[in-house]
Write a protein that binds this ligand. Sequence first.
Ligand SMILES: C[S@@+](CC[C@H](N)C(=O)[O-])C[C@H]1O[C@@H](n2cnc3c(N)ncnc32)[C@H](O)[C@@H]1O
Length: 485
Amino acid sequence: MDQESEFLPQYEHIQQNEFSYRKHKKQKEEDIAICECKFDQNDPESACSERCLNWLTSTECTPGYCPCDIHCKNQKFQKCEYAKTLLVKTEGRGWGLIADEDIEAGQFIIEYCGEVISWKEARRRSHFYESLGLKDAYIISLNAVESIDATRKGSHARFINHSCQPNCETRKWHVMGEIRVGIFAKQDIPIGTELSYDYNFEWYGGAKVRCLCGAASCSGFLGAKSRGFQEDTYLWEDDDDRYSVEKIPLYDSAEDEPLSKLPRTSSPTSELREISEYPMSINTDNGPENYFRPAGVGDMALDPEPVDQTVAYPVKYEAAGESKNVYSQDTPQPFAPKSAVISRIRKHQIGGPRSIPRKRLKNISVGKSKQVAEKRMDAKRVAELLSLKEAKQEVLIYEDLKNDAASELANLYSEIRPAIEEHERDSQDSVATSVAEKWIEASCMKLKADFDLYSCIIKNVAYNIPKSQNQTGTDVDGDVKYLGI
Ligand SMILES: C[S@@+](CC[C@H](N)C(=O)[O-])C[C@H]1O[C@@H](n2cnc3c(N)ncnc32)[C@H](O)[C@@H]1O
């Protein structure tokens, strides 16, 4: 291990979210939920806990309003009642957090703190971090419109690594009018165990980061379950080797067969290859409601390949390593810039999980096949085949309308894609009504534009048979005049 990577990266330690782009919400009195718990001096368990109405709705009691007053046990975020944890250096996954005491299933471990920023700002920052070459991602979604960025300021929760078989999960709680994200134990966690949760990494392009969680059910890459990743990557296995193929060419609209099929390229003879072609974005999981936004992960464009080249990568796993350095939460640390770690792909597995089952690999390519099956009509070509100038113009006008509607829909889609992909259902995380309405309206417009274009073509083909042809029954130019639609 080099000397530099022994140090923690520079960041400011905070125990409360920071609000810069807006003020912290002030809870209105009428919004304060008051529970019905009654504290009995002889029974300490009577204070607000698992059976408290507020607790059951993931809402912390508001000081000054809780009937249990100072005995209330439902103010864990506010009182920073964290489990004892230690920072450790892992092998291949940077820093991680381990339990420094036995932790019970369901226990609140630590709050994921950082700067609360808008979704737009999250996007801007993620590009900025990418440009700095930051490898690790620390931006997590808070709701459909806001994110928490723990890159520059955060709690120790920012060091918890991803696992495909995690022992923790993220949960959202309502605390004094704000939503806050906590890390909770999914199961009993013995002292010394590394804490992890499923990032539900979202991948929108960029480097594909190998997942080194070591779980038997490991999906291979951070974000491998996300739609963007699945549409971009085809994974398969061959004995102990695993391969990913990127950028499979789409079917050409004029062809029934794909222009090029799956890998003609063999597994590379060179054992190593860096994977980092495009910006990458991430997504966490405890369910769909939390995820990391793009934050420069894998933005180390080390070995760029032409985008349309089909390349097979054998994938190798390394088992998560043992801790080397241990720092407690309260110990001030010497900070130094973190050196970037470059992911490599090797031909043979030498440790860690075995190959992913074939069945699941097939599923991984589902997104791609959907994309492949899409066929598009070339309206310009259709117009050329029509003989009447008016008919040509009409088709082209409708094509413009259709293209405008399609691009409006595409823009809207990128705006609300995170929410759609998370399938968020609860009111906090659902797509804002105004955006949802715009989305429905744009979808209808696109459908209508598609329909208008096709019906215009049919009308012009079916009813505007050129005079010369009408009279003689033959085609004047000898060109094709009828379209098989
Ligand atoms: C929130 S940070 C976690 C803390 C990070 N290890 C550090 O040293 O600051 C997320 C980043 O850690 C790395 N990481 C986390 N889990 C990983 C895993 N299972 N495999 C590979 N890298 C992982 C990735 O670079 C990811 O972007």
